[in-house]
Design a protein. Structure first.
Length: 162
């Protein structure tokens, strides 16, 4: 709470340690230890929740955001920082360069979109045309099985957007 905020404000070494750790350990991205760099980045951005620390934290987070990008090993950092800045520093996406981050992430991660039926859309990273056709056939058949088995009268489950 407040005491933690005051302690960090009077000694910002924790903030700089997180930033430095993330910057120095960029080489961990794409390895089994990537979570260390990703977590340091996210924890740094969590300090944006304190208005008094924003002047210190913003440029550090912006630097990591600028260094990272989608569809690279640093994509997890970019998404994590976009999520945190959206939550703790909403309205400043231009500063961080991550406006519309959810749509940008979705487009980067799931670029393939195929309509299988009026109620089923396939989203994927990469599939051949044959895989798409086969998958669509399978899910269309499963949809019928599901509705018959659960006697849904072909009505979708409320608020289920999977």
């Amino acid at each position: 709470g407040k005491r933690f905020q005051q302690a960090v404000q009077s000694d910002s070494s924790t903030i700089y340690a997180l930033s430095d750790f993330a910057s120095r350990n960029w080489n961990l991205l794409g390895t089994g230890n990537a979570f260390l760099t990703k977590n340091a980045s996210r924890e740094l951005s969590r300090f944006l929740q304190y208005a008094s620390l924003k002047p210190t934290v913003r440029p550090l987070v912006q630097g990591l955001t600028t260094r990272s990008s989608l569809n690279t090993p640093s994509g997890g950092i970019w998404v994590g920082l976009a999520d945190m800045t959206d939550y703790y520093d909403a309205g400043n996406c231009n500063y961080y360069g991550n406006c519309n981050w959810k749509a940008r992430t979705e487009a980067a991660i799931l670029p393939l979109r195929k309509t299988c039926s009026p109620s089923l859309t396939l989203r994927a990273q990469s599939m051949t045309a044959a895989e798409q056709t086969s998958t669509c056939s399978s899910v269309v058949n499963q949809e019928s099985y599901f509705h018959d088995k659960l006697q849904t009268n072909r009505q979708p489950v409320a608020n289920d957007f999977n």
